[in-house]
Write a protein that binds this ligand. Structure first.
Ligand SMILES: Cc1ncc(COP(=O)(O)O)c(C=O)c1O
Length: 503
């Protein structure tokens, strides 16, 4: 043996005997793992020579064949290379084992030359996505956005699933139409025309994994990095996350009693490529975008070559007055991408939503969509089509509309009676939540954090704003999944917590 550094390292490394134990694996496996680890962590330096097979076999009391077979295996994988003098460790660019860290990774800026990154390098744009309220306790009381899960007609849904599975065949186990199962797209187009005044043909409907994926698709299909996306402020965090991930420059726009406020100056100063809005029930403030503003927004978007993403997430549940039709159907060929979801009308884990493409766009994005999407969850999609076509969906919606109307009224009453803090109630005329605005000196984030300890999960209004003003302070209360008889004790508790969080 020579005293080459690699050889010394190998000898040290191999001092411990290999174990004869079935659980530890064969001698060859153990030797292979040890050598591989030593090469990857650098203790066997690139270019150093491995011990001769006879010497190593003797040192470890194993057969020479085992050592030769292990060297051959390592050579086949590229860790070592045989040459005339023996077997050398290959020059690998850097140790491939990750540094151990118990901390969760955060997006990091690229490390300066010579300095290793503290956290794994992810896209810089992800650093703009800040975590929102805790997702723990989805079933906690008053959590916004959750429908009445215990009222879901499980038996009827099971029948639709059964029917979809009965028509399953080897062919339906393969990839489906990337844009979604045709029967579901047709059922959605029919339903939207009646329920929401949306004008579309089935070929314009794209099935997505919830509204969130539909919004992400809009960003991917229609914008370039660095372009501008308008959002409502306060507004839906998921839309902002999708725009950040698409590297858009986000411009938050304020709201008033008529919804999103857009001035001529906004169009001149920061003309958008995308405009995200929840016109029929602003999330979270609850306002309705007036008809004058809808028409103006459509006209200006057309003029400036911008696209409007209309997120119609919970408008099926209108509690007062006439239903408010979708923006999409207001004028022919509106530059509007209509986004809908079954998360509120069915249940969130179904992960089914949809995008309605404007006619003038459908053909242009078909090919990219076919390459980007794969067409899965076919049987759930067919079951959903069956649920709609069999009338179960409308029946369920009717029942839920009555339930949510009652819960909304009961929550208003409970707030009036037991919320002993100055406040104003916004929205609640539609959907599953209402918003209670509080004076500035009540810390809405602290109230929400304290409430979570009592298994109550309101969202702090300030958490939805990019540029919070004093009026963006309050609590967003979801009444969808909380029985009305609990409202009085829950509101009493919130009232105590709010008073404790006043400065
Ligand atoms: C404004 C808004 N849009 C869409 C969604 C639904 O998203 P998804 O269909 O991805 O569950 C939510 C859910 O809370 C929402 O609040």
């Amino acid at each position: 043996m020579t005293d080459a550094p690699g050889l010394v390292a190998a000898t040290t490394l191999l001092e411990a005997p290999l174990v004869k134990d079935r659980d530890a694996g064969s001698m060859q496996r153990q030797l292979h793992d040890r050598l591989k680890r030593a090469i990857l962590d650098g203790s066997l330096a690139p270019g150093s020579r491995l011990p001769g097979s006879r010497a190593l076999a003797e040192a470890l009391s194993i057969s020479r064949n085992t050592v030769t077979a292990t060297y051959e295996h390592l050579a086949a994988e590229g860790y070592v290379q045989p040459d005339r003098q023996g077997t050398r460790v290959t020059e690998l660019s850097s140790p491939a084992l990750p540094a151990r860290s118990d901390r969760p990774s955060r997006p990091a800026r690229p490390a300066r030359a010579g300095k290793p990154a503290a956290t794994p390098p992810t896209a810089q744009r992800l650093a703009h996505i800040v975590p929102g309220a805790s997702r723990a306790g989805q079933e906690a009381a008053l959590r916004p956005g959750v429908p009445a899960l215990s009222h879901f007609p499980m038996a009827a849904w099971r029948r639709s699933l059964d029917r979809a599975m009965r028509s399953a065949s080897p062919a339906t186990l393969g990839y489906g139409d990337p844009l979604g199962e045709p029967p579901l797209r047709a059922a959605i187009a029919r339903h939207l025309a009646i329920a929401r005044g949306v004008r579309c043909e089935p070929h314009q409907v794209v099935i997505a994994e919830g509204a969130q994926e539909a919004i992400t698709l809009c960003v991917r299909l229609l914008s370039n990095p660095g372009e501008i996306g308008w959002v409502e402020d306060p507004g839906y965090r998921g839309a902002k996350a999708a725009m950040h991930a698409g590297d858009l420059r986000i411009v938050p726009l304020r709201l008033d009693a008529e919804g999103l406020c857009v001035s001529e100056r906004d169009w001149q100063k920061h003309p958008p490529r995308l405009i995200y809005t929840t016109p029929s029930h602003q999330y979270p403030a609850g306002t309705v975008l007036s008809i004058a503003r809808r028409l103006a927004l459509i006209a200006q978007a057309r003029h400036h070559g911008a696209w409007i993403i209309e997120d119609d997430y919970d408008s099926e549940f209108r509690h007062n007055g006439e239903p408010i039709g979708a923006m999409q159907g207001l004028v022919p060929q509106a530059p509007v991408l209509y986004v809908g979801t079954f998360s509120k009308t069915m249940f969130p884990s179904l992960r089914l939503g949809f995008l309605v493409l404007p006619e003038q766009l459908a053909a242009a994005v078909r090919a990219p969509l076919e390459e980007m999407l794969r067409g899965g969850h076919r049987h759930e999609q067919l079951a959903m089509a069956d649920f709609i076509e069999s009338g179960q969906f409308s029946r369920h919606l009717g029942r839920m509309r009555r339930l949510y109307r009652d819960r909304q009224q009961a929550l208003r009453l409970a707030l009036g009676k037991h919320f002993k803090v100055p406040h104003e109630i916004d929205g609640g005329h539609c959907g599953l939540h209402l918003t209670v605005r509080l004076p500035e000196h009540f810390d809405d984030r602290r109230i929400a954090a304290d409430a979570l300890r009592h298994r109550i999960a309101p969202s702090p209004l300030s958490g939805f704003a990019m540029q919070p003003t004093p009026s963006d302070n309050g609590l967003v209360l979801g009444y969808g999944n909380t029985p009305a008889e609990l409202f009085e004790p829950l509101v009493k508790r919130l009232s105590q917590l709010a008073r404790a969080a006043a400065s």
